[in-house]
Design a protein around this ligand. Structure first.
Ligand code: CUK
Ligand code: CUA
Length: 623
């Protein structure tokens, strides 16, 4: 870690450690001396008594846990963990047939950036999209059920880190890659990096009615690393901006070799133009996906020089500008879309890199914002009064500044080392300007010790005044990258599964529970209800069933308790099986009964006073 930071700053590691150390002591002292009145005001602002609900949902990425964490703001109570890319024992996600198939053989993911579906540049609260940087997948979560409904595997990609960002009407979910790789899963030695390796952006469409993700087309790019991206809105609608690093084409020791040049690039791509060209049949097919080279399309791609190895790039709520965060350069750079459009019209190019026209920095840059001593800017968020908020990873603070003038208005310490920040509705066309949350990588002394590794944390700020007020810190499992904060009334959770979610294998009446044998396949169409399982309505013991060793068993279980929060679970002892069935839901879990004997089945989700009695037996007759 220190080595990395040293490389970032070009400081000796001893000096760097002391910089960090002194700044932390300063923070601890500042915190200890907070006046009682301020503490009481902070406590009052986060206290949500029972019977009242939070104002906002916070949907936080779970990083390498692969899951989605749901919090209420301002209480910061964790309400739910929604399994997305990783198996989850409690719900049976990744174990039941449908979710197992959706996960495509993977058992985990690395989820960095959630994106709520948008209509007219505003969160519409219907779906949330997630990226898996490790296994090149994008997921869709249905926010009425808080359930992952689809996962799409993307070919030709090398880790969709700069994903996912939606265009203003969710026309596309945009997923640029982090690592360049040879296209079509081909082999090519690293010596051939510049010729054979490619960067790729995947454009995905989402069918809201079918709740399905579809690969639309891919854009092939130079073998740079694409770090973050954002979609234009209003006057910049139709464009996507992306930060790059490693324009040095380093293939080893990146901490040094990818930080050589003073400038990397922002890449601007016009997806509306590319969409037309793809529709006109101008794309090749690589690995089964339509792929277009934007250099073949006039006006589709430009590069803008930016301070070396930038991290976040964020489009302002009005869509007129985008802010790049320096990471290795201690400054934020504000670029103007209008200036970029003018420079393009005037062909104000300074170079051509890999066939991409490079716009003149001075022609597109509007201002550089360089607060003294603020180090490691990573991400930018916005309020409704023309202010921007930047996380500073190294100097461990949030900086509030005016977009129009670059004037720094406030700086507040963060505990510690923030990555992203999330403002209320902060990346929409209409931010709220109420709360800001930082996702912190280091907790150090903040909480009771739990061994050598500490939790990550979230810091909550009230940003409604001129000065930000730190309200509280909460520990969070790894790893908070980006999150989104959406007004609570935009989310419309269902109380029970709809009948239209019903599948052919649902059973709605206990009397219809039955067992059908097809050769060596045994299909159990059963129900779960308070406080029993009924697998076979005609059997003497309705809650038990018998199969032969080696049979393939399919448990299709419907929870017929159509009542809020009456969830059942079903385990099969010694078979390593458990899954959950929510009210009105039908789930299928299949397994091979390869062990003979008697295997108790019980409900794993405490559902009634007679929950302990909710049980039965699987009997497996030996061969
Ligand atoms: S990244 Cu984590 S701090 Cu993956 Cu969005 Cu910037
Ligand atoms: Cu059903 Cu416990």
């Amino acid at each position: 870690m220190n080595k990395l930071l040293t490389a970032l700053l070009g400081l000796s590691s001893g000096l760097l450690v002391s910089v960090l150390f002194f700044s932390d002591v300063g923070r601890q002292n500042a915190r200890a001396s907070t006046p009682d009145g301020e503490l009481a005001s902070a406590a009052q602002k986060v206290y949500v008594p029972h019977g009242k609900k939070d104002e906002y949902y916070l949907f936080s990425s779970g990083g390498h846990s692969g899951q989605l964490f749901v919090y209420g703001v301002p209480s910061m109570r964790q309400i739910r963990i929604v399994p997305v890319f990783s198996q989850d024992a409690a719900t049976g996600y990744g174990f039941d047939d449908a979710s197992k198939k959706m996960m495509g053989g993977y058992t985990w993911g690395d989820f960095h950036h959630p994106a709520i579906s948008e209509t007219a540049g505003d969160y519409d609260g219907q779906f949330l999209f997630a990226n898996d940087v490790a296994n090149n997948r994008i997921a869709a979560v249905d926010l009425s059920l808080f359930h992952t409904t689809d996962i799409l595997k993307m070919p030709n990609m090398g880790g969709p880190h700069a994903a996912v960002f939606v265009t203003p009407n969710t026309e596309y979910i945009v997923a640029p890659t982090r690592f360049a790789r040879p296209l079509g899963d081909e082999y090519a030695p690293l010596d051939k990096y510049k010729e054979k390796y490619k960067g790729v952006v995947t454009m995905i469409q989402f069918d809201r009615a079918k709740k399905k993700l579809n690969l639309a087309y891919q854009i092939v790019l130079p073998p740079w690393s694409y770090d973050l991206s954002d979609a234009g809105k209003k006057m910049s609608d139709g464009w996507v901006v992306m930060t790059t690093y490693n324009t040095e084409f380093a293939t080893t020791n990146l901490e040094i070799n990818a930080s050589q040049k003073d400038r990397d690039y922002i890449v601007m791509v016009n997806w509306k133009k590319l969409e037309q060209e793809v529709a006109a049949g101008k794309a090749n097919t690589v690995n089964g996906v339509k792929m277009i080279d934007p250099r073949d399309v006039e006006g589709a791609i430009y590069a803008i020089p930016v301070a070396k190895s930038p991290h976040g790039v964020d489009v302002t709520p009005d869509g007129t500008r985008f802010v790049a965060s320096g990471k290795l350069a201690p400054l934020m750079t504000v670029f103007s879309f209008q200036k970029a459009f003018d420079a393009i019209a005037k062909k104000d190019f300074v170079a051509n890199e890999f066939g991409i026209p490079v716009l003149k920095y001075e022609s597109v840059m509007e201002r550089e914002v360089d607060p003294p001593g603020a180090l490691g800017p990573l991400h930018t968020q916005f309020d409704d009064r023309g202010n921007a908020f930047n996380t500073m990873f190294i100097s461990s603070e949030v900086v509030k500044w005016k977009l129009d003038t670059g004037e720094v208005i406030d700086r507040q310490p963060v505990f510690y080392s923030p990555g992203h920040a999330t403002a209320a509705e902060g990346d929409t066309a209409a931010p709220d300007g109420t709360y800001l949350i930082t996702g912190n990588k280091i907790a150090k002394d903040s909480f009771l010790g739990v061994g050598p590794s500490h939790p990550e944390s979230l810091d909550l700020f009230d940003i409604s005044g001129d000065k930000m007020q730190h309200l509280m810190s909460v520990p969070i499992p790894p790893e908070p990258h980006y999150s989104q904060m959406v007004k609570a009334d935009k989310i419309k959770p269902k109380l029970i599964y709809d009948k239209d979610e019903t599948r052919p294998d649902s059973v709605w009446k206990a009397d219809d529970a039955r067992i059908e044998r097809k050769g060596s396949e045994v299909h159990v169409y059963g129900v779960a209800m308070r406080s029993k399982f009924i697998f076979d309505a005609k059997a003497e013991r309705k809650d038990s069933f018998t199969v032969r060793q080696g049979d393939r068993v399919f448990l299709h279980i419907t929870n017929i308790d159509l009542d809020q929060d009456i969830t059942h679970g079903l385990e099969v002892m010694d078979y390593n099986l458990n899954f959950e069935i929510q009210p009105g839901q039908t789930s299928t879990l299949s397994f091979t009964a390869d062990k003979s004997g008697v295997f108790p089945i019980y409900c794993t989700n405490f559902c009634s006073a007679l929950h302990q009695e909710m049980s039965g037996h699987l009997l497996v007759q030996p061969k």
